[in-house]
Write a protein that binds this ligand. Structure first.
Ligand code: FA5
Length: 348
């Protein structure tokens, strides 16, 4: 029998047997018989080496064509068997597989998460590195290392949620951090200048809520320490941030402020988005909303972490993140972010 006749015979037998194979087990047996290593087709392919060059060309091409055909038929049959099985199972269980699927609502990022990722990206593009720190903090880092010892009046501005209530004055007491500034000290303890970091995260204060205050909110701390850093660098960095986040037309205001861990200290405010500076409920009729505290890192803090204040200077700032989307979109109540009202959240 010539090789071409042999191939024809294989094709016929394979077609008839494939027709009859009605389940996955039979299909696998068929695959081994017609496409496996010991199949007759494989034998033909192996025997090609003994043929002349001309024969190899014609017979080889025919054998390979048959192999491709067999693989395609197998694929079609497998899909048909799978479909039949699904239909049979659906009919048995009374399921109508032709019904359209139920829509699955896609989730999305919370507006506050979207905003702090955007703010992180602005500062990263200016050369700042993003780091994170613990929300349960020692009294030492939250207060003492920042020039706020026990009994200091500045503690009253950040009503604290304590974790350990007993020995409140030995610096080893735990609390929920009231700001992200403790990370200034933690980072400077670990890293020598130049330092350029931002720290986004949750902070907690034991405060009554109103349109601009909530007990858990987010801050973003910034810190830059190097030789020759001045207040002009701080103002330039924050102006650049405000232009990129709010647009060039929004007015920005810097005023003196006091924080024990900076000298001098400033606060930055942005023109109110709701009243455009005329005064309204949101801005307490002032036309401005304070978004951050900032200043030059106090020399005593640099000394405490082993950085020579005669050689290095630094600036730091801490902004309230929720206030940013409020000012950008004219949202007049901070509590809306955490009220779980999907009609509000879906707008972002
Ligand atoms: C601080 O927390 C300082 N750590 C900021 C700082 C950092 C000063 C570095 C100097 C150097 P303050 O308590 O003002 O400062 O809070 C900073 C910002 O957090 C405020 O401007 C405001 O935008 C926001 N904020 C404060 N309290 C609340 C609150 N209860 N709810 C929402 N946002 C708040």
């Amino acid at each position: 029998m010539s090789i071409s006749q042999k191939l024809e015979e294989i094709r016929k037998a394979a077609t008839t047997e494939l027709e009859a194979a009605g389940d996955a087990k039979k299909l696998e047996e068929w695959r081994i018989r017609y496409l496996g290593k010991k199949s007759r087709l494989n034998e033909v392919l192996r025997s090609l080496s003994r043929l002349s060059l001309d024969e190899k060309k014609t017979v080889g091409a025919a054998a390979n064509r048959l192999k491709v055909e067999l693989e395609e038929w197998l694929g079609q049959k497998e899909r048909a068997v799978r479909r039949d099985r699904m239909e049979a199972s659906a009919a048995e269980k009374g399921i109508d597989i032709s019904l359209p699927g139920r829509p699955f609502p896609a989730g999305r990022l919370h507006p506050v998460t979207q905003v702090y990722r955007e703010i992180d990206a602005i500062f990263t593009s200016m050369g700042f590195e993003v780091v994170e720190g613990p929300e349960v903090e020692w009294d030492y880092y939250n207060f003492e290392a920042l020039n706020i010892p026990a009994e200091h009046p500045a503690r009253d501005t950040m009503a604290t949620l304590w974790i350990d209530s007993e020995e409140k004055d030995n610096g080893k007491t735990r609390l929920l951090r009231t700001h992200t500034s403790p990370m200034q000290v933690r980072v400077m303890e670990q890293k020598s200048p130049p330092v350029r970091i931002v720290v986004p995260g949750k902070v907690y204060r034991y405060e009554a809520t109103d349109a601009t205050h909530i007990p858990m909110f987010h801050q973003l701390e910034g810190l830059a320490v190097d030789k020759g850093i001045t207040l002009a660098d701080l103002k330039g960095t924050l102006y650049e941030f405000a232009c990129r986040f709010f647009g060039k037309d929004r007015r920005v205001r810097f005023r003196c402020d006091y924080f024990p861990f900076v000298e001098p200290g400033v606060e930055m405010a942005i023109e109110c988005a709701v009243c455009k500076g005329d005064g309204c409920r949101l801005c307490g009729n002032s036309g401005w909303i304070e978004i951050l505290g900032a200043g030059m890192v106090h020399p005593r803090i640099l000394e405490r972490v082993g950085i020579d204040p005669e050689v290095y200077t630094g600036f730091a700032f801490g902004m309230g993140i929720e206030r940013m989307p409020m000012l950008r979109y004219g949202i007049d109540d901070i509590r809306l972010f955490y009220g779980s009202d999907l009609r509000f959240l879906r707008q972002f």
